[in-house]
Design a binder for this molecule. Sequence first.
Ligand code: TPP
Length: 328
Amino acid sequence: MPPIKRTKFKLAHDQLLEMFFWLKLIRAFDERLSTLVKQGKVRSGVYTGIGQEAIIVGTCFALRKEDFICPLHRDLGSFLMKGVEPRAMMSQMFGKATGLSKGRDSALHSGVTELGIFGNTSMLGANLPVAAGLGLTFKMEKTDNVVVAYFGEGASNVGDFHEALNFAGVQRLPVLFICENNQYAYSVPVEKSMAIDDVADRAESYGFDGVAINGNDVLAVYQATQGALRRAREGDGPTLIECKTYRWHGHSEHDKAFYRTEEELLQWKSRDPIPVFQRYLQDKKVLTDQKLAGIEQRIAKEIEEAEAFAERSPFPEGPEALEDLYAP
Ligand SMILES: Cc1ncc(C[n+]2csc(CCOP(=O)(O)OP(=O)(O)O)c2C)c(N)n1
């Protein structure tokens, strides 16, 4: 199998600004949700990906509509980038009838087949064999679509992970396994759950390449994704990309994360993916003060509008619980 090469890429100024917009929108959405949980307005469990946005933006930015994603509980931003309207996403979190699953489900399990979003289950790692199955479908249909499956370093210790990687390696399936290594699986630090440093090394046992990268650098994530996508689309099989990052909030909004130190959090906050990318864009004169203000205004309006829509949307009626149980 050809090894991972540094893929050259060129992004136009507009595309760089779009990436920046997504980073900031996803951050703002999660931050708003965190506040709304405290106000008792959100019915779903909230597992924010604050601090991890570069992984979602760098991977999803390179995808086509036909490609599939298999997101995790912390990947709400991937729904937005794949085409879910912020107002529908917010309604989903409020448990309203205008949400993706019409108020019958938490955010974690909703999917939108037409947009290429697989609805996950709570079982860690269970999305990975499904991702391999989707990859097999694409291969059998002779399309060059790919599947991008997300998982935490914690999930890389369960059997499903190993079965999925093995199958994908044997069948050379077009799957990108994206590990969001945020250093903790709930309260368990990575060194207490793994005897090796890099999840990326696990790919070798299944016959394909794994690479560990800085998951807080959106361009590094984009670059690694581009290389892996090219291989997958050309029939050269799967890739594992381990993105080293950190989650700023607790496992979910009810977790105060007393198992880690303030110093550690501050150290990672100093590697916040957003200001790093902002400074890069400003140095390159891609982002002006005026453009920044425009992006911030647009995001504030989007979030406000989404929240107002969710607030005024109705809850589902009782009998609706029995709808959509079976495929037509
Ligand atoms: C098979 C399984 N075991 C345990 C759990 C309980 N659980 C939910 S999330 C979580 C931690 C997940 O950590 P990781 O996979 O690293 O992802 P992260 O939440 O850090 O993004 C655990 C243990 C579960 N949902 N499924």
